[in-house]
Write a protein of this length. Structure first.
Length: 166
């Protein structure tokens, strides 16, 4: 049986000899990136990034804020799980199945709970009562109840890979 360090060194040497910088071990590929999600806004401008809290009740930013022209779209197919006011802000929540749930706010919608949405279909318009600046939409994603960086579903966050040091 080959030692894990020897396998890692062999992979690095093979990549260097091949002249490629794009090869990564299968374990380094994020399983969420291949799901085919799309941005919930037409022109993407990241206003505030995801900031994971240190613990479940700690401070952080559990999503990303995006500048938006007006229309907000479903990042993936699913069903409306909630559409209404939360703390004075209009919120739309989409259940995509497989433990993935999207929250978009402030978004005004005419859709109701149970309505099906397809990937890229309009779900509403940005309202002015959000936690971020005017014309900005908050895009949050939970996986099995825990917030994750939405960029993982859009292929924008490479998964960390620890390599042996010695």
């Amino acid at each position: 049986m080959t030692h894990p360090t020897a396998r890692a060194i062999t992979l690095v040497i093979a990549v260097l000899l091949a002249g490629s910088t794009a090869i990564a071990p299968a374990a380094a590929i994020d399983d969420l990136a291949a799901r085919g999600w799309v941005w919930p806004v037409d022109e993407v401008q990241l206003v505030r990034r995801f900031e994971a809290p240190a613990h479940a009740y700690g401070p952080g930013h559990r999503g990303v804020d995006l500048a938006s022209a007006l229309t907000v779209r479903a990042p993936a197919a699913g069903r409306i799980a909630f559409a209404g006011m939360v703390a004075g802000r209009p919120v739309v929540t989409i259940d995509h199945g497989d433990g993935l749930v999207t929250t978009l706010e402030p978004v005004l919608t005419e859709l109701g709970v149970g309505d099906a949405v397809s990937r890229g279909s309009p779900v509403g318009v940005v309202a002015s009562e959000g936690h971020a600046g005017p014309g900005t939409v908050h895009f949050g994603v939970r996986r099995n109840g825990e917030y994750i960086n939405p960029l993982r579903l859009l292929g924008g966050v490479p998964r960390a890979v620890l390599l042996p040091c010695c």
